[in-house]
Design a protein around this ligand. Structure first.
Ligand SMILES: N[C@](CCCC[B-](O)(O)O)(CCN1CCCCC1)C(=O)O
Ligand SMILES: [Mn+2]
Ligand SMILES: [Mn+2]
Ligand SMILES: [Mn+2]
Length: 287
């Protein structure tokens, strides 16, 4: 039997206008449309962010003030949704938005980091300077990332053992030391939620970076890595999370329609993401 999942879902669309329309069109068709969807009661909200002028890099962190302010705004929006007792779905945009989304979804444990990448570079270790490769570092108490302009508001809220990686297969040298060896094999399994974790009855956060999936499934993304999670495995993970009855917030990130070579590539990327989201919200393969 499946635990009753609160059907009052709350979608927050967070976008720098990347794919907002494409994804919301699909989601409106699927998630909250009475006829075809799951009958969820959805409140939809769009967050707009300002580009901060003269936003000079801070070491290897590009646009820190713009990204920091955006995440501050997102954190309070997610906090409001949680106060409203709703499940929160944040649709991005790139993975830096997880800094705000997870900060707003306080006391979450575990955080399922579905991703080809560890995203645990700091402004001092990142090779690219892109903040989508740094959110975990900003959130971890152990790493004490501080002094980044735009992030004065941020209070790191996670410990390394609160994070469960799925699909991990592209970790930078500089990220290795932070990443305990014993966690490497863990990332190969799909049985992600240990009974102990479920017994804690804490709200679970799924941070779903579509590049965790195999690139042919989600080609419209910035940093694809071969050998990813299959659709069947991705759906299985989402179904497991739904069955706990504890899935409390989901980020869907790194879909970038501008990177799809054809409309089919964009459609495949969005459709794949939506089918996994729907499984997390109760759509069952056995009907
Ligand atoms: N680790 C990378 C990729 C981050 C991907 C962010 B995500 O997960 O949100 O999509 C660097 C990756 N790598 C660097 C060397 C050349 C190939 C790419 C980085 O830029 O930090
Ligand atoms: Mn990105
Ligand atoms: Mn990521
Ligand atoms: Mn990634």
């Amino acid at each position: 039997s499946r635990p009753a999942q609160s059907i009052s879902e709350h979608l927050i669309f967070v976008s720098l206008n990347q794919g907002r329309n494409t994804i919301s069109a699909w989601l409106s068709e699927c998630v909250w449309n009475e006829k075809t969807g799951l009958g969820c009661d959805v409140k939809d909200r769009e967050l707009k962010f300002d580009i901060i002028p003269n936003d000079h890099p801070y070491h290897n962190a590009k646009n820190p003030r713009t990204v920091g302010r955006a995440n501050e705004k997102l954190a309070s929006a997610v906090e409001e949704v949680k106060k409203d007792g709703r499940t929160c779905l944040v649709v991005g945009g790139d993975h830096s938005l997880a800094i705000g989304s997870i900060s707003g979804h306080a006391k979450t444990e575990p955080v399922i980091w579905f991703d080809a990448h560890a995203d645990i570079n700091t402004p001092l270790t990142s090779l690219s300077g892109n903040m989508h490769g740094q959110p975990v570092a900003f959130l971890l108490k152990e790493l004490k990332v501080s002094g980044v302009p735009g992030f004065e508001w941020l209070k790191p809220c996670l410990s390394a053992e609160d994070i469960v990686y799925i699909g991990l297969r592209d970790v930078d040298d500089a990220e290795q030391p932070t990443f305990p060896k014993d966690r490497q094999e863990q990332t190969l399994s799909l049985n992600i939620i240990s009974p102990q974790k479920i017994n804690k009855k804490k709200p679970i956060h799924l941070s779903f970076d579509v590049d965790g999936l195999d690139p042919p499934l989600t080609p419209a993304t910035g940093t694809p890595v071969p050998g990813g999670v299959t659709l069947r495995e991705g759906i299985y993970v989402a179904e497991q999370l739904y069955k706990t009855g504890l899935l409390s917030a989901v980020d869907t990130v790194e879909i970038n329609p501008r990177l799809g070579k054809t409309q089919e590539e964009v459609d495949s990327t969005v459709n794949t993401a939506v089918s996994i989201i729907l499984s997390g919200f109760g759509k069952a393969r056995e009907g």
